[in-house]
Structures are given as C-alpha cells and as structure tokens.
Write a protein that binds this ligand. Structure first.
Ligand SMILES: Nc1ncnc2c1ncn2[C@@H]1O[C@H](COP(=O)(O)OP(=O)(O)OP(=O)(O)O)[C@@H](O)[C@H]1O
Ligand SMILES: [Mg+2]
Length: 245
C-alpha cells in the first residue's frame, strides 16, 4: 500500500503526521514500513534518524533499483529513502518512469510505503499521487492554509479521475488544532458545511509533546506523553478506514 501525504501549503503538519503514522504502523500494527522523503527540506529524514537508510530518494527517480540486492527486511526496523539536495532541481523530474517502477517494486516488499512531499505542486508530488493507493491532506485551521485547499483537492481528484481511479482519498486532516481557539473551531465548522462532513478526518490537537518527539528524533509512541492515547484513537480510525478498501 502506498500512502502520500499531500498539501502544497507549508507547515500544516504533513511531516509530523507521516512520521507518527509510520511509527504507529510499525510499532502498534506490526507492519513493515518504508518512508520516501521527496522533500529537499529533509524533515522526515531528520526525525527518522533511527530508520535504516536504503538509499536516497533521488536514486529512486534516476535508476532502476530492481537490480540492487535487496532486501532482508528486519521486523524491528523502519526503513527510509532519504532526501538529498539533488531533489531540488525541478527540471529533472519530467520523466518519472523509474520512480513508478521502483515504488511498485517496494510496495511488493513492504506492507506500507509512506511518501512525504514538499509544499509545492511539483512533478514529484503529481507523480506520487499517480501511484498512490491512499492520499491524506493535513491542513491547519488558519485562513492562509485554507486558501490553497480547493486547489489541492482539485488536483488530487483530477489525478484520481484521469490517472489513478484506484486511489482513495482518506480525507482532510486538521492538525495542530487548538480547541480553546474559537477561530479554529468556527473555521472547521465552516469547512464542514462547505465541503461536507465526510471529507474530514478527526482532528489532531496542538500538542507540544508531539513536536518535541520529532525534534528529539524519537518515536512519539515510545515517549511517556499522556497524549499518546489521543493520537492512537485517530490513527486507529485512519488505519481502519484504509482496511475498508
Ligand atoms: N499536532 C501538533 N502539535 C504541535 N505541533 C505540531 C503538530 N503538528 C505539527 N506541529 C509543528 O508544526 C510545524 C510544522 O509541521 P510539519 O513540519 O509537520 O509541517 P509540514 O506540512 O510537513 O511542513 P512543510 O510543508 O514545510 O514540509 C512543526 O514545527 C511541527 O513540530
Ligand atoms: Mg514537511
């Protein structure tokens, strides 16, 4: 299964969701997981310092990895293709046939492939959407974050219609929600009226412990945070939604 985390708006919680959900799949559901970091910022590569590195993402676009000697996956490890600076030259990613084949190959080896994407509507993002079984869109409930939402959803649903009818859009995932902030709650209600309740996943609250775990390069589920249960319930919901497919 391939899951892409997509929103061309920056700072909305894509990487935070991806890293936590990867740990959840691995630790709580006992699944084999490979993360592909397509963002030159390399945030997920940084936070997943404990992952086993299989290579860099650039090589997935440029070579056929089928001939590499892969892969005895060890159950206790989480795997990563890391970001490098070569990913920044957008002109290099017009033909992504290697990428398609490589991701297909990896998805036969791993239970889950999780793709982290940069905050830009790039060829790498479009291509990742074209080969995904699932897509999820984190948002922040602030006006600047919402202005691009329509464009993102249009892009996702156009790709689904044109290239990838197999794709399931899991939903919009409000992240960093401050429930004492009436603006956040009003914005969420307004969005649900506009787009329909069903498009939205349960929201993730703003929790410092979550940001801390990623900064400290440890799995949030291995910390002592009292908010673990809260995130687990949301991830169980998303996981179950994926099983319905
Ligand atoms: N639930 C949360 N609680 C507290 N802080 C959060 C939460 N989710 C994300 N953050 C913080 O918000 C910031 C942006 O999150 P993140 O890096 O995940 O966004 P992003 O969409 O991946 O950004 P970019 O588009 O730049 O890659 C980070 O500093 C992160 O620690
Ligand atoms: Mg990110």
């Amino acid at each position: 299964m391939v899951l892409t985390v997509a929103n061309q708006k920056g700072g909305v919680g894509k990487t935070t969701f991806l890293v936590n959900f990867a740990n959840y799949l691995h630790e709580k559901q006992n699944k084999s997981v490979c993360i592909i970091d397509t963002d030159t910022q390399g945030n997920s590569s940084y936070s997943l310092s404990y992952a086993a590195i299989l290579g860099d993402t650039y090589s997935l676009f440029k070579n056929n990895i089928l001939s590499d000697k892969i892969l005895n996956i060890e159950k206790d490890k989480i795997y990563l293709y890391k970001s490098t600076i070569e990913l920044s030259d957008e002109g290099e990613f017009d033909d992504n046939s290697f990428y398609n084949d490589n991701i297909k190959y990896l998805s036969n080896i791993f239970d889950y492939i999780l793709i982290d994407t940069a905050p830009v509507l790039s060829n790498k993002l479009i291509n990742s959407l074209q080969i995904s079984d699932f897509v999820i869109t984190p948002i922040e409930l602030e006006i600047y974050s919402l202005q691009g939402l329509e464009l993102m959803l249009n892009t996702i649903f156009n790709i689904k219609k044109t290239y990838n009818q197999n794709m399931s859009f899991l939903g919009v995932l409000p992240s960093r929600v401050n429930t004492t902030n009436t603006r956040h709650l009003m914005t969420l209600n307004h969005l649900k009226e506009e787009y329909g309740q069903d498009l939205f996943l349960p929201y993730i609250k703003n929790r410092n412990h979550i940001a801390e775990a990623l900064t400290e390069q440890v799995s949030f589920f291995k910390t002592k945070s009292r908010y673990k249960k809260e995130l687990l319930i949301i991830f169980d919901f998303i996981y179950n939604k994926m099983q319905e497919k």
